[in-house]
Design a protein around this ligand. Sequence first.
Ligand SMILES: C[S@@+](CC[C@H](N)C(=O)[O-])C[C@H]1O[C@@H](n2cnc3c(N)ncnc32)[C@H](O)[C@@H]1O
Length: 318
Amino acid sequence: MLVRFRGIKFHVSNKFDNYTQRIIINFQISGQKLYLWRKNAIDNAIAAKVSVKEVDWLLQHISDLDSLSLRLESFKNRPKIFLQKSIEQITILWQKRLKEHLPVQYIVGRVSWRNFELDVSPSVLIPRPETELIIDIVQQTSCYSKSSHWVDLGTGSGAIALGLASLLPDATIHAVDYSEAALAIAKTNAIKTKLINQIQFYQGNWWTPLSHLKGKVQGMVSNPPYIPSSQLPQLQPEVFEHEPHLALDGGTDGLDAIRYLVKASPEYLISGGLWLIEAMAGQAAAVVAMLSQHKDYENIKIICDLGGIERFILAFRR
Ligand SMILES: C[S@@+](CC[C@H](N)C(=O)[O-])C[C@H]1O[C@@H](n2cnc3c(N)ncnc32)[C@H](O)[C@@H]1O
């Protein structure tokens, strides 16, 4: 169907946004033109040492093409391909990716994480694939009672809180972040994934807004900032220049937030309650040492991610 919007003609597909139920207004382009655009974008990516996969990732998110038709280039002869933005707008965004190192996830405002499609913006860390495992670790401990309180400290996009809510449908999840802007994104994601009724959001400093939960929490899960401050400028420009430093900077040795979480959590956890965090490669032994020095923890374990890196530290409240 052809519609007029601000004096411009648009083709409207019968696609609806799953969450907002709004019609997506599409631009269109011939398969041949998009094929040439993609070819050029791939050449630019190679020259800029950016993964060529990002071209298809971008196109997948802003067109009606799937990854297979992009890879096989089977779209080339289609007379019309629908786009959410004009090809001129897409070109500007792709240039921002290459020249300003803007992560492609921020360009499209979306990322896939576990079974969720999450909104992201530069106010939140882009949830990483390795963090997905934290939910599987909770599942494997099978230490939870049904209607329990769980906490995600430093929720960012809300990824971990959503994973917990979907794993533990009878539990209440309490998600905390210092950043109001991050909380706004996390709440949007909770609404879109229809998990909002299970999650309560709080703005504040780690455990501070949860004083009403002292001695009641079944599990604390956190992916805190853990990069040593001096190492931040050495991160990829995509991370250093665009992701929020509040989400990255762990202080002089990277362990400021973790040290606090070791010290403060026993007051909130029930006996047998789970303490689980993500840390940086090389930090696990220091975290185990901190937990071991504390009389309130037992069954302390290091768990590797799929790349074999010691990534997660698990302990239980005595
Ligand atoms: C590494 S990010 C993790 C985000 C998300 N949980 C994930 O795994 O993708 C750390 C998060 O901790 C939040 N944060 C930093 N300092 C905080 C504090 N003092 N109190 C609460 N949250 C804090 C940041 O805003 C950020 O969202």
